[in-house]
Design a protein. Sequence first.
Length: 279
Amino acid sequence: MIQINLNRSGTVTSAPILIIDDGSVTQSDLSEPGRVIFRVHTNKYGWQFHVQWAGNVASSILPMKDGSYEGSLLTPPLPTLAYDSTVPGPSGRLRIEGESFVNPDGTRWYWKGATDFRLLKRFIDGEDILPLLKQRVATGANIVRVVAMKFDNTGWELNPLSTPSYWDKVREFFKLLAAENLKCEFTVFCDTRHMMPNQGDQLRFWNEAISIAQEFDHVLLELINEIGHPTQTLDPQAFHRPGGGLLTSHGSGLTDKPPVHPLWDFATYHARRDPPPGS
């Protein structure tokens, strides 16, 4: 095991992560004031790695043997992970207590959602989605479920790899939802067999989705929609669970099938929408 110790300053708004070039990710330990600790379990040394925090990236080389290393002694040295002290931390996020979602003020939050898979696509295409958001709120919804990608097997497609400034547009979309007091369940992987079959690409996209979602208190993540569907080719066990208070589902199964295990912060279960067989 390699332990890498870095200094930090300011108010932590998202937990730093360390990414080795093979795609493996290590979460940070923030238990010591002013410090960031990464404990990297790997048999591969001498590789380049990257540390991501608050929209910043710094790179260095993994040491050639096990041990504990200070960031300033690596080659190249790693800086203090500085956060803007004027930015509040993620205190506005929902949290889990027992089997309940809980607001920052301690009151229980009830999930009243609408599945709007095409909503991000419509926003990116320039459609005015504000009337639709207001209609959702008027009917009692407090969260919408959208997808980050979609293959054209139902008449529409959203391809992040061919969408200019994709993540900037996702940020603007999240801001619009917040202005209408709507949370977002951002379902990251759909139709991966066609859209993003390579695991390295998937891991990089997942890390980027986490980084963006950690900027917004009202965003929750879901790793994958309907594991086992013929349009999916993704191993959910290869993906890390985000930290920093970002509530995340490991993913849903097919109709009436269990959600992805192990369960993360919450489960996404797909009940059938027609009578069961033989009824």
